[in-house]
Design a protein around this ligand. Structure first.
Ligand code: SF4
Length: 344
C-alpha cells in the first residue's frame, strides 16, 4: 500500500498491524488525512502522533487539481471540475439539501461511461478509466472543504456522478468505507447512496456482502423493449432479472429498495408505463424516485406538469407504493443528473 486512501480502513489497519503499529495510530492518520484533509506528513507526526514507521511508508499524497467551480444562479448547486495527474477531467456536485446548511456530495466513479444511456452526457464522452479509491475520496474531501468554507456541512454522499459505480465496484466500496469510517469521513452509512443502472451480479454481491450503504437501482423503463432503446447496455440483462435482484436486496435488508426512473416526455411516462411498472415490481417493497430527464442536446424532454401528474396518478393505481419526485438541480451549470461531461 503506497497511499493510505487507496483501500478500505480495514486494509490500512491490516497493513499497519504488519508493521507493529497499533490501531489508534491508524485512526489518527485517517483523521488527519480524511477528517482534516492534511497531507503534510510532518503534521501527521506533530499534531496526530502518527509514528514514522507508519507514515514513512506513504509517498507524498497526490491530490486532484481543482480546476473550476461554478455555482448555479437558480438553486445554489455547485459543480467542481477536477483534473487528474493524467490530465483527465471529472466532475463532482455539491447538492444543497432541504435542511439549512446541509449538503450532499455527488461523486464520480469513472471518467466516461460505457453504459451508453441515450439521455446521458457522460455516455457521449470517451470512456477513459476507473477512478482510484483515493481519487474518489479526494473529490469528497475537497468538495466537503469547499462546502465548509461556505458554512455548510456535508451530511451525505451519492455515487451518481460520472460513471457506473458497479463497474468500479471494489474501489467504490473502499471509498464508501472511508467515508463512513468514524475517524475519516464520519458519514452515516445510510447517508451514502450507491447507484447502478442494473448490473445484476454486482447487485447480488452488494446484497450478499451486507453493506449498509443505500442502493439505488435505475430502471430506465419497465419493459425490455424500451430499455433497449434508452439504456442499451444495461438492457442486455432483462428487466425481470434486474427486478429479481432488487427484490433479493429488499428482502435481505427488510427495507424498501430504492428504484430511480428518469422520466422522458412521450417516452416512458404513459399509462402503459405505469401499468408495466406495477406488474414488474409487484409486491417487492420499493420507493420509486422520479427524476426529470435533463438532456443538453434537447433531444429528450422532461414531462410537462400535466403529463407528470397523469403518470403519478397512474402509478397510484397500478403500483400503489411510495413515489417521490426527486429534484435534479443545477441545470444552468450542467450539474443535473446525466449532464456531467467534464466540460464546464
Ligand atoms: S446514466 Fe449513469 S450508467 Fe448511464 S451512461 Fe450515464 S453515467 Fe453511465
Amino acid at each position: 500500500m503506497i497511499d493510505p486512501r487507496d483501500g478500505a480502513p480495514e486494509d490500512l489497519l491490516t497493513f499497519a498491524r504488519g508493521l507493529g503499529v497499533g490501531d489508534h495510530a491508524v485512526r489518527r492518520l485517517l483523521t488527519a488525512i480524511v477528517g482534516r484533509g492534511i497531507d503534510d506528513r510532518g503534521e501527521w507526526g506533530r499534531s496526530f502522533q502518527v509514528p514514522r514507521r507508519l507514515s514513512d511508508h506513504f509517498a507524498d499524497l497526490p491530490r486532484l487539481r481543482l480546476d473550476r467551480v461554478v455555482t448555479s444562479a437558480t438553486d445554489g448547486f455547485q459543480k467542481l471540475r477536477f483534473l487528474t495527474s493524467d490530465n483527465l477531467a471529472l466532475e463532482t456536485v455539491i447538492i444543497p439539501l432541504h435542511k439549512p446548511g446541509a449538503v450532499s456530495l455527488c461523486l464520480s466513479s469513472q471518467i466516461g461511461c460505457v453504459m451508453g444511456c441515450v439521455f446521458c452526457a457522460t455516455a457521449r464522452m470517451t470512456a477513459r478509466r476507473n477512478l482510484s479509491t483515493w481519487e474518489i475520496v479526494d473529490q469528497w474531501v475537497q468538495a466537503r472543504d469547499l462546502a465548509r468554507q461556505g458554512g455548510r456541512r456535508a451530511t451525505g454522499a451519492v455515487f451518481m456522478g460520472m460513471g457506473e459505480p458497479f463497474l468500479n465496484y471494489d474501489r467504490v466500496i473502499a471509498a464508501a468505507e472511508i467515508l463512513r469510517c468514524p475517524y475519516a469521513g464520519q458519514t452515516a452509512a445510510a447517508g451514502i447512496t450507491i447507484s447502478t443502472v442494473g448490473l445484476v451480479p454486482e447487485i447480488d454481491r452488494f446484497t450478499n456482502e451486507g453493506h449498509r450503504f443505500r442502493l439505488s437501482i435505475s430502471l430506465g423503463a419497465a419493459t425490455d423493449e424500451k430499455r433497449q432503446r434508452l439504456v442499451p447496455v444495461a438492457a442486455r440483462t432483462n428487466v425481470a432479472e434486474v427486478m429479481a435482484a432488487a427484490r433479493r436486496h429488499a428482502l435481505s435488508r427488510r427495507d424498501r429498495v430504492m428504484l430511480s426512473y428518469v422520466c422522458i416526455s412521450g417516452e416512458n411516462v404513459g399509462e402503459d408505463d405505469a401499468l408495466a411498472l406495477g406488474r414488474l415490481i409487484g409486491d417487492t417493497p420499493v420507493r420509486l424516485d422520479l427524476i426529470d430527464v435533463t438532456d443538453p442536446t434537447g433531444h429528450f424532454l422532461p414531462p410537462s406538469d400535466a403529463e407528470m401528474s397523469a403518470f403519478r396518478d397512474a402509478l397510484t393505481r397500478h403500483l400503489g407504493q411510495p413515489v417521490v419526485r426527486r429534484y435534479s438541480g443545477g441545470k444552468d451549470i450542467q450539474a443535473a443528473c446525466g449532464t456531467l461531461a467534464g466540460l464546464v
